[in-house]
Design a binder for this molecule. Structure first.
Ligand SMILES: [Fe+2]
Length: 451
């Protein structure tokens, strides 16, 4: 084999692809980035003195001894101990954590909600978070919560981090900026972002009002699902995930940091912005992903595959094949199956399924499940197409058919989901949702061959 011995025969990219817009491509890569030249130590993590007088600090997202540790080295103006002082407990009454069972709210049932409307209230990322369901236990780091956010106001000298969870953010309306310790993520509908546990950030409104969904993951981090026989391509491709390049501010103003810790909220006062990381390297970082790059794979002859075939991200539970959370996407796709009832089939599931509509119409529920709306089919509760969808799909001429203008998702967890008081009493629940199956009729009369 001939090897080039002269390096000048190799062509090298002048600028790494993807860095020009402020993001670096790849899922879980070991990135390195610096906002000032030479700020990042090379060949070691802890030099005796860091360049620019920066402090070196590690952010550990997994145990040191994890099989594949996820951690990031930060080189910052002040160490994080200077971004923390005495804590004072505060209450964010709409942001709940598991275990949270409300006495007079029944979680057993099939539920659907219209979009939670905006109000005149000025709401930030923190005050505008509305918990819909909780599952598992935040103290033992299992389970999740689902939230709706309604945000009209930017956080200014206010910052936040959750020690409890990573947040999977699914915008439905408006544009938000997540200014984090590790860089800036701008987010709009049809994109998602993951904000890691422990990362400090503030949220600014770029285009409001903003509404969307959040999956708060108490457990192991989201990862890409194993594709198995699908092979190395399609579904969510790693290169379509983008982490921000380093960005920092050196701002000395009275500031507040709010911390979510074991389901409780506390604030601490400091005299400067904590977004002071000048350079970093590592594999524990915020990331965004454009759902329009998700390449769906499906049935090309007959039958309707399990929805797991549309898994974008999965958060393991420790039991192989049984996720703490799966994030599943139902987007535009062709339906070509022959002699097949094409919509999702009727079923009961040990997993509990919380769905949200980002835009368009969902094929199993042509009416009532609208953009911004949610539905919950809890553990072992039957569900499936309504009468209209059943009749249409049972009698359609089955040519190639494109499901167009549709994007819904599911947060599916192995744990039952409990409704909050807000979900049961304040949010616009559709009281008649259960009636969508009422008109399904008995067709059986014992006649063989009848269809
Ligand atoms: Fe289902």
């Amino acid at each position: 084999m001939n090897r080039p011995t002269d390096p000048h025969t190799l062509t090298q990219a002048a600028t790494p692809v993807g860095t020009t817009e402020g993001y670096m491509p790849g899922f879980g890569n070991d990135f390195e980035t610096e906002a000032l030249p030479g700020a990042l130590p090379q060949g070691m993590n802890s030099p005796q003195k860091c360049n620019y007088g920066l402090y070196g600090e590690q952010l550990s997202g997994t145990a040191f001894t994890a099989e594949r540790p996820e951690r990031t080295w930060c080189y910052r103006i002040r160490p994080s101990v200077k971004h923390s002082h005495r804590y004072n407990r505060i209450d964010l009454p709409y942001w709940k954590s598991a275990p949270h069972v409300v006495e007079d709210v029944t979680s057993l049932g099939q539920y659907r909600w219209d979009p939670v409307p905006h109000t005149e209230d000025k709401l930030t990322w923190l005050t505008g978070m509305r918990t819909m369901t909780t599952a598992g236990d935040v103290n033992t780091q299992v389970g999740m919560a689902s939230h709706i956010y309604l945000v009209t106001e930017s956080m200014r000298d206010d910052y936040f981090f959750s020690a409890d969870s990573e947040l999977l953010v699914v915008p439905q309306e408006g544009r938000l900026r997540f200014a984090t310790e590790l860089g800036i993520i701008d987010l709009e509908p049809k994109e998602i972002a993951i904000i890691p546990r422990g990362l400090v950030y503030r949220v600014e409104v770029l285009d409001g009002p903003a509404r969307g969904f959040v999956c708060e993951n108490y457990g192991q981090k989201f990862e890409l699902p194993g594709r198995g026989p699908i092979g190395a391509n399609c579904m969510a491709n790693p290169r379509d995930f983008k982490s921000p390049v380093a960005a920092f501010e050196d701002r000395e103003v009275p500031s507040t940091v709010t911390v979510k810790w074991c389901g409780q909220f506390h604030t601490t006062k400091i005299g400067h912005s904590p977004l002071d990381v000048v350079a970093w390297h590592g594999n524990y970082a915020p990331v965004k992903y454009d759902l329009r790059t998700y390449c769906p794979v499906g049935a090309i002859l007959f039958d309707h595959p399990d929805p797991s075939i549309f898994t974008v991200l999965t958060a393991p539970s420790g039991v192989p094949g049984t996720a703490n959370i799966d994030f599943v996407l139902f987007r535009e796709r062709w339906m070509v199956m022959e002699d097949t009832f094409r919509p999702p089939w009727y079923h009961k599931n040990i997993m509990s399924e919380l769905m949200g509509n980002i835009y368009g119409q969902y094929d199993a529920k042509p009416q009532g499940f609208v953009p911004g709306g949610m539905s919950l089919h809890n553990m072992m509760l039957p569900h499936g197409p309504d009468k209209e969808a059943f009749e249409k799909a049972s009698n359609a001429n089955l040519g190639p058919d494109k499901l167009d203008r549709t994007m819904s998702f599911m947060f599916e967890t192995r744990f039952p989901q409990h409704l909050t008081e807000f979900a049961g009493k304040e949010a616009p629940m559709q009281d008649d949702y259960i009636d969508c199956w009422e008109s399904l009729e008995k067709k059986f009369d014992g006649t063989p061959g009848k269809k």
